[in-house]
Design a protein. Sequence first.
Length: 399
Amino acid sequence: MSFFEAVKKHPLILILLALCAISTFTIASAAPVMTNIANPDRMWIMQLAYYAIGGLIAFAIYKVGMDTLYRNIRLLYWIFMVLLIGLAIDHICYTKLLHTHIVPFASYVNGSTCWYNFKVFSFQPSEFMKVIMVMYLAQMTKEFNNKVLVRTSDSELKYISEVLKIALPPAILILLENDTGVIMIMAAACFFILISSGMNGRWFIFFFSALAIIIALMSYLFVYHNGIFTSLISGHRLDRFYGWLDPEGTAGNQGMQLWFAMLSYGTASWFGHGFRASVMSFPEGHTDFIFAVICTDFGYVGALITIAAIVAFDVILLRIGLRSDNERDKHYTMGMIGCLVFQQVWNIGMVLGLAPITGITLPLISYGGSSLLSYLFAMGIFFDIDHMNKITSLSAKGY
């Protein structure tokens, strides 16, 4: 089998291997800037191990079959709800009431209680919940559309209420954990599923109008009534906001990451400073700011190759999902594309200073166990969709 035949037959596997290579090579190159890591040289090996484990998870999902998961989607949803409830309760007790952890293994890091730390590894339920939520919404949307033959304002309001019943409870719990990044990703997923559901366009006009009003109001408060603004956005979130607006002026604190990253990749030119270059140190170079490492060490060429791989990955997923005859698969695909595209655009925009700094990583490239494993879990469903597409195609040819 030639390379081009392999690409045509197994495009998703090959693009995942390409992303794995980009991720591990960049994390290895980022070792000199990881000033907050005790042994940075082993981080790329850990990432490779996560990819291997995630690959096994994806294969297991493919073998079990997505229909089995969908039949048990409510159970999966409530298992992760219980895990989120535990973290939300612990965060409130730790930060506001008892100032001690009451939930076993709950871990408080950088102002948030989002992880269960089992010493060997840390587990972030919210990362998996976003995939479970997309699956649940995809199935609910299909069932709802099968029941409602004629769309009316009442039926669409009912559908929106069903979406909120599924999406709001985990979002509220994640907010109580003080993790706004995952909430934004989940909101993007919901928005893309709403688009695929066939809703009337006036709802989206209303949504964007409301969003524009909120942004304008917050901008007005920030400029003219800063006291009210800082009462609405405070603590770690406010620090990151000021770090985004004035990275140079806040380089000693909030803006350090962004400013040092800009100084590093700003002089990289076409081919970068080279493998393991250390122009300036920014501790999150292997996670939130991994794209800055790519730009610094491998220049514009490395950045363009990475963006091309990301776009190819998204296109492959869209082709797989939208070729399916099952409406549920199309909704699932749109939800996952919503998660991925939002993270990709926001993370790269954040590194370039175009978006506020949040804890949003670059999917499948940034270092991280739960984020990487959750997306490879999602890839297992895409493998199954692709397999069913090929069976349907062969059946059609035989017919």
